[in-house]
Design a protein around this ligand. Sequence first.
Ligand code: 13P
Ligand code: SF4
Length: 314
Amino acid sequence: MNLRDYTLLSPDELRSRIYKAKTEKNAVLLVHNYQRREVQEIADFLGDSLRLAQEAARTEADLIVFCGVTFMAETAKILNPDKKVLIPDSRADCPMAKMIDAPSLTAAREKYPDAIVVTYINSTADVKALSDICVTSTNAVKIIKSLGNRTILFTPDKNLAEYCRHMTGANIIPWAGHCYVHNEFHVKDVETARIESPDAIFIAHPECNLGVLSLADYVTSTTGMVKYVRDHQDEIRRRGLIIGTEVGLIEQLQSLYPDLNIYPLTSSALCATQKLTNLAKVAWCIENETNEVILDEEIRCRAYTAVKRMLDFS
Ligand code: 13P
Ligand code: SF4
């Protein structure tokens, strides 16, 4: 069957094919919080970049199907050289990860020879391979604090870099990358939302700019947001909650807590490549073992060092 044949099947038929293939092949489905709800609902593990990297590191499955963007599937492969890692749509790149490449990072390392290169997990394997340590939105501040007063070249997200500098006072040289979804949030959006819901709590992802983050009651990763809602239901019931991140996470929370008033900061905050994956592509991918992630072994080994350092720290 080709992909088009799968698109003609019902959601129930697709789900039962996915579950059957998963059992037969001893596969695990790792799903990021920004995926479509239909994909979130079939996850073995649903989470942020750190949680999914941790699950990839500890899985005993033979086959990993990664529903997210390519840097996440690459990270799973970096951690699992002997397992097959598949991604249902291989075009699902993160544009931020493309805002830096190996030659430009090599040149920057020469320009700042004493700097430690700290790289956000939203990066390609060859950029990780040139980095000293990786970070995610969950552990970036903690890892930067651990580096003392060393100069840090922080790639590729300038907003996360500036947030880390704000939180730690570290000497950080930020790369000029950004997430086009979070970078579209402006202080004015928060002010407008606060006029409409003056009592609402506002939480935001650290990929937002510092102006937006300085207005937030809490800054955290996507899984941090899920935990925040779990732990503050009474307060949210009284005050409402505005969330500055991609709508996939907000849809998840709205469906988990239909009685709470949870709103996106802007409803247009949508990551197009995260939405490329759907049930039909997952069924096609797992049954036919298509779109395998392949990495150069030397790059994988060097990238492993940076990812492993991060995991050991988390
Ligand atoms: P986390 O889910 O790790 O917070 O990151 C968000 C993101 O942009 C992933 O692409
Ligand atoms: Fe990349 Fe932003 Fe999409 Fe995350 S939300 S995958 S950082 S473009």
